[in-house]
Design a protein around this ligand. Structure first.
Ligand code: FES
Length: 102
């Protein structure tokens, strides 16, 4: 299991390995865009990985074509692969990802 924290305001939960970040956010009720319903074409699900990037699978072709900012991943196409603590952030979830985590 991997523990995932959603910004300042949406708490954290444990997910099984293989879970997408989009599915994890949905379970946490952390609002995240999914205009294309996880097809990997809308960019609406982009999420910043504040810590724990090493727990995730590497970006596939579709995601690389999106050319997201460094540190951002496409939540619908990114899977948790290793146990640990993962911290995600979008502005809507509150908090400042640059601040030290506690
Ligand atoms: S939901 Fe559209 S790219 Fe992820």
């Amino acid at each position: 299991m991997t523990r995932v924290r959603f910004g300042r305001d949406f708490g954290e939960l444990e997910v099984s390995l293989g879970t997408t970040l989009l599915a994890a956010a949905a379970r946490a009720k952390a609002p995240l865009g999914n205009a294309c319903r996880g097809q990997g074409v809308c960019r609406a699900c982009a999420v910043r990985v504040v810590s724990g990037a090493q727990l995730l699978d590497t970006a596939g072709e579709l995601e690389r074509q999106m050319q997201l900012e460094p540190g951002w991943r496409m939540a619908c196409k990114t899977h948790v692969q290793r146990p640990g603590l993962l911290q995600l952030w979008i502005p809507h979830w509150g908090g400042d990802p640059s601040a030290p985590s506690g």
